[in-house]
Ligand binder design. Structure first.
Ligand code: 3ON
Ligand code: FE
Length: 484
């Protein structure tokens, strides 16, 4: 058999596990400095601040966390001004973070497998989970909010990143009430978010916030069964949730044997329920359609065309189980199923769902032009594997033109590992892809992270600028850009 050059390349790995592992070291220090080690040039029109969140600590005083999603949130802030860039990072000083820092040991159970030391006896009947704030950070209504889907937001000073306390939106949220890490901002400038109240049946809460950061609308809906819903999509008229096919058995959690997330099992052959909730008219009934979709963390976007809703999402055939005795640093990428882009066409007239694979490449952390949220769109960008098939760490940025089907790839392989890219429109841009993509790249060779700025029109011409930080930033989750 004669192999194409691309196949030959695909036979070799684009990374080593050792290089990848370096990005999962804790960062203890908090920095403040102007970035002066820069290749290329920061576009002078690029003005504003990129905020990023993610687990900054992967251990507590040397005791390893079981999973990175259990790590304390650390905010990084990169401010672009007149062709220069300033870096600052601070931990979100949640009560749990401060208590564990003081004690010098793990005091709480985490959702994703971290247990208090001492085995099940030390954890049995302890339902207290550490509230962290590690998943997203948004600047909205002049407030900087660090988000984690199982609790209320943390309010931070947008300049110093000092934690100021929890945000309850003038009492609309109550103590402990959740506010997800995946808000969406619609074309009218309204921020829409949700929260899951778990149980045997689940309540989905939906919030709408005005530009002053006030909650102006709150509705809740009860749906049958347990839900693990991390993200959602909006269109002009609907909020849409994919209820992943999972079962939840709380007994091992109660007995101190495993964490809450370890009690969730994906039911591969069961359908996903697509919950369609009207936004404007709460008296209108919610509609539930079914499809086969595996497991979904993130959606790209959704929009309405006549009687159809079109939704693009990243689907996993199965989820790696976070085994109690496993070490995520030893992940066998080949043994896990990759996340792939799928399109779902929901027909609200016939109540049917069709779906098809958009691309075979392993990807995660999709992003689009902010003005196209909930509306038809042409370009999507996502972190992706270097190779076009199979599962591997995120090392590249993939651009897909949904109209022409053209694909572009910028890759940091073999020594670079990438996080979520953010699309920033160029001021006064006329076309949807006229802007920049900014991402943090962990450079294993130098054990430090770079801020990479790409031209979103053409990823393949290489980076416009690469800003070398003085240190690494552990692999993060989500972030956002504000031109202010
Ligand atoms: O659903 C129930 C209610 C609820 C809110 C039960 C529950 C305990 C699971 C729960 C809590 C969920 C939480 C706290 C989820 C937190 C998720 C998190 C911190 C991160 C998720 C990240 C997702 C992805 C896909 C990350 C991918 C990363 C890479 C590919 C590489 O770095
Ligand atoms: Fe997420």
């Amino acid at each position: 058999q004669i192999l194409e050059p691309q196949d030959q390349q695909n036979l070799q790995k684009s990374y080593t596990l050792k290089d990848w592992q370096g990005g999962y070291e804790s960062l203890h220090q908090e920095f403040d400095y102007w970035i002066d080690d820069i290749e290329g040039e920061i576009p002078p029109e690029l003005q504003g601040t990129l905020f990023r969140n993610g687990p900054g600590l992967l251990d507590i005083n040397g005791e390893k966390l079981h999973h990175p999603f259990d790590g304390d949130g650390m905010i990084s802030r990169i401010t672009f001004t007149n062709g220069r860039a300033h870096f600052r990072n601070r931990f979100v000083t949640t009560a749990g973070y401060l208590a564990e820092k003081k004690a010098g040991k793990i005091l709480y159970r985490g959702v994703f497998g971290t247990q208090k030391p001492g085995g099940w006896l030390a954890n049995i009947f302890d339902f207290k989970i550490k509230h962290i704030a590690n998943t997203n950070v948004i600047y909205w209504g002049k407030k900087l909010l660090a988000l984690w889907e199982a609790s209320e937001p943390y309010l931070l000073n947008p300049h110093t990143l000092e934690t100021l306390g929890n945000e309850y939106f003038n009492g609309v949220l109550s103590t402990g009430e959740a506010f997800s890490a995946h808000p969406r901002i619609d074309a009218n400038g309204t921020l829409v978010n949700f929260a899951i109240t778990p149980g045997l049946s689940t309540t989905i809460n939906i919030f709408e916030l005005n530009t002053d950061g006030e909650i102006t609308n709150k509705q809740n809906h009860s749906v049958a069964g347990f839900c693990f819903i991390h993200d959602f999509v909006i269109t002009e008229n609907y909020c849409i949730f994919f209820q992943n096919p999972v079962s939840f058995n709380p007994i091992p959690f109660a007995l101190g044997i495993s964490s809450a997330a370890q009690c969730i099992k994906v039911q591969k052959n069961q359908p996903t329920k697509i919950i369609i909730i009207p936004r404007q008219n709460p008296t209108k009934k919610i509609k539930i359609l079914e499809t086969q979709a595996g497991f979904i963390f993130h959606h790209v976007n959704a929009f309405e065309v006549g009687n159809e809703i079109i939704i693009d999402s990243i689907c996993y055939e199965s989820l790696p189980e976070v085994e109690p005795n496993s070490d995520y640093r030893e992940t066998d990428f080949d043994a896990n199923s990759p996340g792939k882009l799928w399109r779902f066409n929901l027909n609200l007239q016939t109540n049917t769902v069709e779906n098809h694979l958009i691309d075979d490449r392993s990807c995660e952390f999709p992003t689009i032009h902010p003005n196209h949220v909930g509306k038809s769109y042409r370009y999507l960008y996502t972190a992706a594997a270097h190779k076009s098939t199979g599962n591997a760490p995120l090392q590249a940025i993939f651009k897909l033109d949904l109209e022409s089907q053209q694909r572009q790839l910028w890759s940091a392989a073999p020594g670079g590992f990438i996080g979520e890219p953010i699309f920033i429109p160029r001021p006064n841009s006329q076309t949807e892809d006229d802007g920049w993509l900014i991402a943090l790249v962990y450079d294993a060779e130098h054990h430090r992270s770079d801020v990479v700025i790409l031209d979103a029109v053409n990823l393949e011409k290489g980076e416009i600028a690469r800003l070398h930080l003085k240190h690494h930033i552990p692999y993060g989750l989500h972030g956002s850009f504000t031109p202010e």
